[in-house]
Each structure stands twice: as C-alpha cells, then as structure tokens.
Design a protein around this ligand. Structure first.
Ligand code: SF4
Length: 110
C-alpha cells in the first residue's frame, strides 16, 4: 500500500521513536540515515482500498489489520497516524475508532 498510505496521501512520517526527523527515515545511533520505515511496510504494493474499509462495518477492517499485525514497522506507522490525527483508514493495525481510543487513554494517563 505504500504506494502505501503515506505516499498515496502525500504525507510524511512522524513516529517519534523511530523517526525523530519526521522524514520517514530511521536514524541509527551514529546518525546515518537508514531505509525509511515506509520501505519496510508490509502493505507496500497492495491495493490501498484494503486499508480504507467502510468505518461503519467493523469486519471490513479485518484484512488490513491482519496485514498490519505482520508488519515490522507497525509501531512507527501507528504513531505516525496518531501524531497526524489521521481521520480515516487502518494505520498500524488500528482503525480510526481504535486510534481515538488510544489518544483518549493517553490523555487520561498524562
Ligand atoms: S502497519 Fe499496516 S498500514 Fe502501516 S505500514 Fe505496516 S502494513 Fe502498512
């Protein structure tokens, strides 16, 4: 899908733990730029429609979530979506509703 979500929608990365620069790149301890986490996306090359299910039908997200659960950059993807307040689609294995829940939980515990 990267085609995936970020590139299709023209958005950059922002997962704080893996992407401090906001460029979508993973920086190693020495500061050299490594492959973008997007390059490691499990959804790369897949039909983006899979990741934009009908939000009213929970099971519609099952296929996307299953793919995300096997994705090695799931955490970075989820944090990016949360940071950007993505309003639709499955990112990092979480639907819009699930991301809202995560945000509310974090606010309560902050
Ligand atoms: S977690 Fe899901 S949406 Fe994010 S990069 Fe991986 S497969 Fe794609």
């Amino acid at each position: 899908m990267f085609l995936t979500l970020g590139l299709v929608r023209g958005r950059g990365a922002g997962g704080a733990s893996t992407d401090p620069t906001g460029t979508g790149s993973i920086i190693d301890r020495g500061g050299s730029r490594m492959r973008s986490w997007r390059d490691q996306a499990k959804c790369r090359g897949l039909d983006p429609e899979i990741f934009f299910p009908d939000p009213e039908i929970e099971e519609d997200a099952d296929e996307a979530i299953a793919i995300c659960m096997e994705c090695r950059v799931q955490e970075a993807c989820l944090e990016n979506a949360i940071a950007r307040r993505e309003k639709d689609g499955v990112w990092g294995g979480a639907t819009v509703k699930e991301r809202r829940r995560i945000i509310r939980r974090r606010r309560r515990s902050a």
